[in-house]
Write a protein that binds this ligand. Structure first.
Ligand code: GLA
Ligand code: GLA
Length: 700
C-alpha cells in the first residue's frame, strides 16, 4: 500500500515538474553525452547506488568540488552526510545553521550525486550535555558518560528526545522537499542504553503495563525462587546478564520498545515535513542483538545495515545470512549503508580485504537484495578516533589504491542498475530467527561454545548451497510461500508463533526444528510440556533430556554416519507414524542407541525434529534430505564449489549474480543462454577468476 502510494505520488510529481520545466527531468533520465549526467531530481535515481559517507563539515568548502569530482569519476551516486554534525548544525542552543549543508547537497547534486541525511543524534554537542546533564547516559557500572566520544546520550531521556526532535525537525523542514535528498537515516547504530534511576522507573512502568498485577508478574517469573517476590513495582531492578530469565527478557523488550519510541520521536517529525518519496531508515548492525530488530524496523520504510568484515576475509555464508536477516526485517530489499573500503580500524588485526574482494563483496551484497552499497568513509579524517580506518581517498586528498576497484564497481553498477531495477530475492526456503530465542540461549548457553548464530549458519550454509536463496524471517511471518521452513533454535515460542507453525504444517508445509526448540514460554520460563512444547502433539514425539557435551558423540541413520557436537537431545516417539531418522551411537550411556532426529508426515506436510548439532558433512546430507522431501530445487542450477550464485527476480525476468569466492578460477556452464550484463552479448558459459563476478539476465 505504502509503496504504491509512494510511486504514484512520485509519478504525479514527475508529470507536474515535466509540465512546468519542459521535460528536462525526463530528458536527464535518458542521459547525455559527456560526463555523468547531472542529477535528475525526480526520476533519475539509479536503481542500484554506489555511495559513500562524506563529512563536508570537516573540510573547507573550497575542497568540496575536488572530492565530489573524484566521487563522480568513481561512479558514486549517493553520499550520506550529517549523522555526526550536530555541533555544526546547531552551534548554540536553538541557533541552527543548515546553510552549509544546503550548499553541500547542492554541490553533490551538480556532480550527479544524491544525498541521504543522517540525523545527528548519535553525537550531541558539548554545549548540549553541559547545559542539560540529564541527557547524558549512565553506564552500567553507574558512572555517567561524558563528552568526547559518541553515543553518550540517554535514549530514554525526555529532554534529549525533545532536543533531538527539534534538530530533526529543522532538517526535515529545510530538506524534506529537496529533490536531491533521497531519504533519511535516523541516528547511527543504536546500541548504548542508560541505567540511571529515571530510566529504571520507566522500565518499572513498562513492566507494570505488561503484567498488570504483581501477582501475575510474581507467578510468571516464578519469583518464589530465591525469595525474588516483588511487593512493589519500584523494587524491580535492571539486570542484563545473571537475573531472573523473565526479568532479563523484559529488560531487552523494554530496551527494544524504547529504541523504537526514540526512533519514532524523530521519524514522526521527518514524515510530517518530508515528501513521501524520501525514505526513512536507520543503519543496523547485522547480528548485533542489543535490541529486537523486528520491533524497531516496523516503523521504517527500508532496512539498512553496516556490513563490516573486521579481521580476516569475507565469510560469504555468515555474512550472507546477515544480509538475509536484514532483508527479513521488512521482507524487502535493503541498503548496505556502510561497508569497509579495504580495512577497518577496530578489529584485533585490521587487515585489508584482498585485491578484488571489495568488489566481489559488493556484488554479494547486491545478490542478497541490497539496492545500494555505501563505503565508510570517503576520506581519512585528519584527526579523530578513526584516523586509521580504510577510505577511498587519503589525508592528502588523492585516491588510495582501492579507489580504482571501487570505480570499476561504479561503472558496473551503472550498467547493471537498469537490469536489476524492480527485482528482489524470492526464496522457497525460510530460516526462522528470533531475538527472544537468541537472548534466552545466550543467557543460559549451558555449553559456553553454544553460539545460536553459529548454529543457525550451520543450517544456512548447506541449505543455501542447494536452494541458492534463503529468507530469514521471524516466526510470526507469513510462511505459506515457503516449501521448507527451518527453525534451528526456536527456544522461546509464543502461542501465536506455535499456531503459525502448526497452521503452516497442516496446510502442507515442511517444518524442521533444531536443538532447543520449543523449550521456553514468552516469559523465558520453561514450558510445562517437554520440547518442543506446543508442537509435541504435531510431532508425535518429544525431547526426553538434553545433554551438554564435552566431546562429539556419534550419530548415524538416514543421513549417514557423523557426530553431534556441543549438545545432544535424546528424543522419543509416541505416535506410530513418527519415524526415527538418526540415532546416537555409544556415548554417555543415556544417549546410546536413542533417537537423534525424528519426523512425521502430516497430510501433505511434515514436521521434523533434529536433536543433534550435526557436523558439517552430516548437515549437508540432512539439508539434502530436507530439500528433497520438500521439493526444493536450486534456483539457478549447478555451480562449482566456492562459486556463489544469487538470483533476483522481477516482473520482466531473472538476474543471476555469480561471484567466485573459491581459491582458483572457475568455469560455469549456464542452464541456458543468458545476457552477460557487464560484458555484453549472449553467453552459455562464463569463466570467473578468483573474486570474479558475472551478472546474467534472462527474460525467462
Ligand atoms: C549451590 C546452591 C544451590 C544451587 C546449587 C546449584 O549448591 O547452594 O542453591 O544453586 O549450587 O548447583
Ligand atoms: C560504524 C559507524 C561509523 C564508523 C564505522 C567504522 O559502522 O557507524 O560511524 O565508525 O563503524 O568501521
Amino acid at each position: 500500500m505504502k509503496l504504491s502510494a509512494k510511486s504514484f505520488s512520485r509519478f504525479v510529481f514527475t508529470l507536474c515538474l515535466a509540465a512546468l520545466v519542459g521535460l528536462p527531468a525526463l530528458r536527464a533520465q535518458t542521459g547525455q553525452a559527456g560526463s555523468a549526467p547531472p542529477v535528475d531530481p525526480v526520476t533519475g535515481v539509479p536503481s542500484l547506488l554506489l555511495g559513500t559517507a562524506w563529512y563536508p563539515e570537516q573540510w573547507p568548502e573550497s575542497r568540496w568540488d575536488a572530492d565530489l569530482e573524484l566521487m563522480q569519476k568513481a561512479g558514486v551516486r549517493m553520499v550520506r552526510v550529517g549523522e555526526f554534525a550536530w555541533s555544526r548544525m546547531e552551534p548554540q542552543d536553538g541557533q541552527y545553521d543548515l546553510d552549509w549543508l544546503s550548499r553541500a547537497i547542492a554541490a553533490a547534486g551538480r556532480h550527479g550525486i544524491y544525498t541521504v541525511i543522517g540525523t545527528p543524534s548519535a553525537a550531541p554537542p558539548a554545549w548540549l550535555t553541559q547545559k542539560y546533564p540529564e541527557t547524558l547516559r549512565t553506564k552500567e557500572d553507574g558512572r555517567k558518560d561524558e563528552h568526547g566520544n559518541r553515543q553518550q546520550f540517554n535514549w530514554a531521556n525526555p529532554k534529549y528526545r525533545e532536543l533531538a526532535r527539534s534538530m530533526a525537525e529543522q532538517l526535515a523542514q529545510r530538506f524534506g522537499h529537496n529533490p536531491y535528498v533521497l531519504g533519511w537515516q535516523i541516528d547511527n547504530e543504536y546500541s548504548a542504553n542508560s541505567y540511571d534511576d529515571a530510566t529504571k522507573k520507566q522500565f518499572q512502568d513498562w513492566v507494570r503495563k505488561r503484567y498488570g498485577t504483581l501477582d501475575n508478574l510474581n507467578e510468571r517469573w516464578t519469583t518464589a525462587y530465591w525469595s525474588e517476590t516483588y511487593s512493589n513495582w519500584n523494587q524491580i531492578p535492571i539486570e542484563t546478564k545473571y537475573g531472573n530469565p523473565g526479568l532479563l527478557l523484559s529488560w531487552k523488550r523494554f530496551v527494544s520498545d524504547t529504541w523504537r519510541s526514540y526512533q519514532k520521536n524523530q521519524l514522526d517529525v521527518i514524515r510530517a515535513n518530508a515528501d513521501p518519496r524520501q525514505f526513512i531508515t536507520t543503519n543496523m548492525m547485522g547480528w548485533f542483538d542489543g535490541y529486537d530488530h523486528y520491533t524497531v524496523s516496523q516503523d521504517l520504510d527500508m532496512a539498512s545495515w553496516d556490513d563490516y568484515v573486521g579481521e580476516g576475509q569475507l565469510d560469504p555464508y555468515r555474512n550472507g545470512a546477515a544480509h538475509d536477516l536484514t532483508r527479513g526485517f521488512l521482507r524487502r530489499n535493503f541498503w548496505v549503508m556502510e561497508t569497509q573500503p579495504g580495512s577497518v580500524n577496530w578489529a584485533k588485526i585490521n587487515n585489508s580485504l584482498n585485491k578484488g574482494e571489495v568488489r566481489a563483496m559488493a556484488w554479494h551484497d547486491v545478490g542478497h537484495g541490497a539496492d545500494a552499497v555505501s563505503y565508510w568513509q570517503w576520506r581519512s579524517d585528519l584527526n579523530g578516533q578513526e584516523e586509521y580506518h580504510g577510505t577511498m581517498v587519503g589525508a592528502d586528498g588523492t585516491p588510495v589504491p582501492l579507489y580504482a576497484e571501487v570505480a570499476e564497481l561504479g561503472a558496473e553498477f551503472a550498467k547493471a542498475g537498469p537490469v536489476l531495477a524492480g527485482t528482489s530475492v524470492k526464496s522457497d526456503v525460510a530460516i526462522l530467527h528470533s531475538y527472544d530465542s537468541r537472548w534466552a540461549i545466550n543467557w543460559q548457553r549451558h555449553n559456553s561454545e553454544y553460539d545460536p548464530v553459529t548454529e543457525l549458519v550451520s543450517y544456512y550454509k548447506p541449505l543455501r548451497n542447494i536452494a541458492q536463496s534463503i529468507d530469514i524471517v521471524n516466526p510470526s511471518a507469513p510462511l505459506n510461500q515457503y516449501k521448507l521452513v527451518v527453525a534451528p533454535g526456536l527456544n522461546v515460542i509464543s502461542d501465536a508463533e506455535a499456531k503459525n507453525l502448526i497452521d503452516y504444517v497442516n496446510q502442507g508445509g515442511n517444518l524442521v526444528l533444531g536443538q532447543r526448540s520449543g523449550m521456553k514460554n514468552i516469559d523465558n520460563g520453561l514450558q510445562t510440556e517437554r520440547q518442543p512444547g506446543p508442537l509435541v502433539d504435531l510431532l508425535g514425539g518429544r525431547v526426553e533430556q538434553y545433554y551438554a557435551l564435552t566431546s562429539p558423540v556419534p550419530v548415524s541413520g538416514a543421513w549417514g554416519a557423523g557426530t553431534s557436537q556441543l549438545w545432544a537431545e535424546l528424543l522419543s516417539t509416541k505416535d506410530a507414524d513418527t519415524k526415527v531418522l538418526m540415532r546416537y551411537g555409544k556415548s554417555n550411556g543415556w544417549l546410546d542407541g536413542q533417537p537423534a532426529a525424528i519426523t512425521r508426515k502430516v497430510g501433505k506436510g511434515s514436521i521434523t525434529y533434529i536433536g543433534a548439532w550435526l557436523d558439517e558433512a552430516s548437515m549437508e546430507k540432512a539439508a539434502r534430505w530436507m530439500t528433497e522431501a520438500s521439493d526444493v530445487k536450486p534456483k539457478f542450477g549447478a555451480v562449482p564449489a566456492g562459486v556463489d550464485v544469487y538470483p533476483r527476480e522481477g516482473a520482466h525476468g531473472k538476474v543471476y549474480i555469480l561471484v567466485n569466492f573459491s581459491k582458483s578460477a572457475q568455469n560455469v556452464t549456464l542452464p541456458s543462454a543468458m545476457e552477460d550484463v557487464l560484458k555484453g552479448g549472449s553467453t552459455k558459459s562464463v569463466s570467473l577468476p578468483v573474486y570474479g563476478v558475472a551478472v546474467l539476465s534472462t527474460t525467462r
